[in-house]
Design a protein around this ligand. Structure first.
Ligand code: BGC
Length: 769
């Protein structure tokens, strides 16, 4: 664990330069705008330890799989979000010496991520080997207004000398992925240009043939005045720069503005890319840096109005939650149904930048409550559009008749994961996708979604589960064999309670959805069922038979559901009795030892209690929580949030708060020693869930938004905004109750502490605990 980020409500601040922390900071201070993003690499050269990262959403490379023993059904490739052309580069050479913080004395250094307004700043004073001292202030952002653009203001002031500086703004596309399986480069050169102040570089990805045009234009100011410079082009393989020299006068500031754009063949015909790129640059350069920055601040204000959580009395918790919300909002903006949320977003390469069940199980609740409805809908439509591939995927594994198995990891709908126990067995992801449809409709009331998209997906998923279970003659019930649940520290187990529960729920929900669509849109329903060759009586009859006759592992004596058959044969040891030097288990123990142990990586049975809150009484929840929580090592960042929510329901306020702390500052404090690889973006949604669904107890039941809040002892109050069905509410939890302000133009009835509360438009209600 590290503790070097200064506490501040709106800013992430690092003071002093420690090269050992640089890769961690590059992750933490990352920028993004849904369309593109980048790690907080330096503009000027840096020869120290760094992980260079620039990413364009949706642009990936199918890196050939590396695997020991090939198994039929494995995918040929693992999709990687590509490290793309670096557009931030500005090389600086002063009196013949390159400015490089790794090669000079760093007298002062400060990095600030301004989350309120959405930009990154860096200030430093460096002394070069000849004693020249220079002060630099760099400010940059990826615009959330002009999403294909970014801008930099880079200022240099010589402190104790006057001299000559060579300045070289560049775009470097000769980049590679650190995690490339065969050390290959993934980009081919297409075209390049450098003329005057403009540079353009067009590259194409190998195999996937995405073409990306990256362009930039710079302007130089001295004494606040635009300076005309004579720039010479430098063209190299996949690299383009302009170089010019200037005289620096002691104490006088020189400012370089760099406007950049990234446009891709996802949105333009390849031949139109140079023109499109130039058009973006023309537009933003005409606005100028300060106008762009003001627009950025205004747009971020709007995002914060929808999504902020304000915590009074705990600056570090405040900073933590805002950091999570900020990074989520930078990663996914929901404008494009082809995009999704990679576990590392735009902050690193790990996990390939692809889509996991994390999106449906963890991110959907966040976007539902904090962004316009369309944002979540696009996440769902993403899966709808990939239904064909999910059916192909299931067919490849031996299923038939339109059964759909969504991939564990994907970019375009094809499976990328290649560990048999996950690829073939961690099938609960299919259920999360169905659950997200349910959750979306429950929250938004948008039943039409079922008609237009949802039912078709639900049928494909239900067909899969029907074929995945089998009748056990011994048990005279249906069983599900060879499964890996969310707890990946068990593989190839039988009758994983969570997966079986989810499977039958999916089949029941598919029947319910079918009945709804039949009643509401008979013609469309008929057409769909015809297209799917759906034999209603046979198929729904079979689903219902499974629902009525499914076997669920349980232990009546303890009154708990069993994570899987035979779980109680394990030696039951509590995590608190483990030698701390043995943690994390996945780094200290052999896999064999982990599999045989009782320790749980991530909520599994308890994940089911979270999803199906209304189906189990509080005593059943308590017994299961008391049994499983002490066995859980939370070695997935997705785990603690579920425990925080359930602990809140069980009035275990301290436990809930401690679980929240584990996710809230996971990356800021580098708890797991892995922040340098990138941030845990999807688990950040879990942090939000811990506060809103945990501490505030927010959930939807019978079309009503309900709150059962408590105030963590360390906080004076916390408040947040949520959107619910065309209404926006501000909810403030204080020690003796809850104040809800209805910020919208229509009245809304909510439920607080189990009491109905009608709040008129623009009015507020205070409900005493
Ligand atoms: C977790 C999975 C998760 C994946 C990506 C793994 O460590 O066990 O549940 O989907 O990370 O976040």
């Amino acid at each position: 664990m590290k503790n070097y980020i200064q506490a501040d409500e709106w800013n992430i601040i690092e003071e002093g330069f420690d090269p050992h922390l640089n890769k961690i900071s590059e992750s933490i201070f990352s920028l993004g705008n849904g369309h593109m993003g980048q790690r907080a690499n330096f503009e000027e050269a840096y020869s120290g330890e760094t992980l260079q990262g620039n990413y364009v959403a949706g642009v990936y490379y199918p890196d050939k799989t590396r695997v020991g023993w090939w198994k039929n059904g494995y995918p040929e490739y693992f999709a990687k979000v590509l490290n793309a052309a670096n557009w931030i580069g500005i090389d600086i050479v002063i009196d013949g010496i390159q400015l490089d913080l790794s090669q000079c004395k760093v007298i002062s250094f400060k990095r600030v991520l301004n989350m309120q307004q959405g930009y990154l700043e860096r200030f430093f004073v460096a002394e070069l080997s000849n004693g020249n001292q220079v002060s630099v202030a760099a400010k940059r952002f990826c615009s959330i207004v002009d999403e294909e653009a970014g801008a930099i203001r880079y200022s240099i002031t010589p402190l104790n000398f006057s001299g000559e500086v060579k300045i070289m703004p560049f775009i470097d596309g000769d980049v590679s992925n650190y995690d490339a399986n065969y050390d290959e480069k993934f980009w081919d050169h297409v075209d390049q240009q450098a003329a005057g102040l403009d540079t353009y570089l067009m590259l194409e990805t190998r195999k996937t043939n995405f073409v990306v045009c990256t362009g930039s234009r710079f302007a130089v100011h001295q004494n606040g005045q635009l300076v005309a410079v004579e720039a010479q082009p430098i063209l190299k393989d996949k690299y383009v720069a302009s170089v010019f020299t200037l005289n620096l006068v002691q104490g006088q500031e020189t400012v370089i503005y760099k406007y950049a754009a990234n446009v891709s063949s996802q949105n333009y015909a390849p031949e139109d890319l140079p023109g499109a790129c130039k058009a973006v640059i023309d537009r933003v350069a005409a606005k100028g840096f300060e106008t762009m920055l003001q627009e950025q601040a205004d747009a971020w204000q709007k995002k914060w109005d929808e999504s902020d959580i304000v915590i009074e009395g705990d600056v570090s918790a405040q900073q933590g939650i805002r950091f999570n919300i900020f990074q989520l909002s930078q990663t996914y903006t929901g404008k494009d149904a082809r995009l999704n949320i990679g576990p590392k977003g735009f902050t690193g390469e790990k996990y390939g930048g692809s889509t996991y069940w994390d999106t449906e199980a963890y991110c959907v609740p966040f976007y539902l409550a904090t962004a316009p409805q369309q944002v979540t809908k696009n996440l769902l439509v993403y899966r709808y559009n990939q239904l064909g591939k999910a059916i192909e995927n299931a067919t490849k594994l031996g299923f038939n008749k339109g059964a759909a198995l969504y991939p564990m990891v994907t970019m375009n709908g094809e499976e990328c994961h290649n560990e048999w126990e996950i690829t073939f067995e961690e099938i609960h992801r299919n259920g999360a996708i169905a659950y997200a449809i349910f959750n979306y409709i429950r929250y938004t009331g948008d039943q039409d979604y079922l008609v237009d998209y949802g039912l078709e997906v639900l049928i494909g998923i239900a067909r899969f589960w029907k074929q995945r279970v089998n009748w056990s003659n011994a048990k005279k019930q249906y069983v599900m064999l060879g499964v890996t649940g969310p707890n990946e520290y068990e593989n190839n187990i039988n009758n994983n309670w969570y997966t079986s529960t989810l499977a039958t729920w999916c089949m029941g929900y598919a029947i319910e959805a079918l009945n709804y669509v039949k009643a509401q849109a008979a013609d469309k329903c008929q057409a769909l069922l015809g297209r799917l060759n759906f034999n209603e009586a046979d198929e729904t009859g079979a689903w219902q038979h499974i629902i009525d006759n499914m076997y669920y592992a349980e232990d009546k004596e303890h009154g708990i559901y069993l994570q899987q058959d035979g779980f109680l044969d394990k030696e039951i040891i509590h995590v608190k009795d483990l030698d701390p030097s043995q943690r994390p288990l996945n780094q200290k123990w052999s896999w064999d030892r982990i599999l045989r142990s009782c320790f749980i990586k991530q909520a599994d049975v308890l994940q089911g209690f979270y999803f199906f809150r209304d189906q189990y009484d509080i005593d059943t929840l308590r017994r299961n929580y008391n049994f499983y929580e002490p066995l859980t090592v939370h070695e997935s960042s997705l785990s603690p949030c579920i425990h925080a929510i359930l602990a809140s329901r069980l009035d275990l306020a301290d436990d809930a708060y401690n679980f929240y702390l584990r996710t809230s500052r996971l990356d800021l404090d580098d708890y797991n020693n892995d922040t340098e690889d990138g941030l845990h973006i999807t688990s950040m949604a879990g942090t939000w869930m811990s506060v809103v669904e945990g501490f505030a107890g927010m959930h939807v039941q019978d079309d009503t938004l309900k709150f059962e809040p408590f105030l963590p002892a360390k906080w004076k109050s916390f408040s947040f905004n949520v959107g619910f069905r065309k209404n926006t509410l501000n909810v403030k939890i204080v020690a003796d109750g809850v104040r809800i302000t209805n910020l919208s133009g229509s009245a809304l009835s909510v439920n607080v502490f189990d009491k109905p509360v009608l709040i008129e438009a623009g009015a507020e209600a205070f409900v005493v605990r």
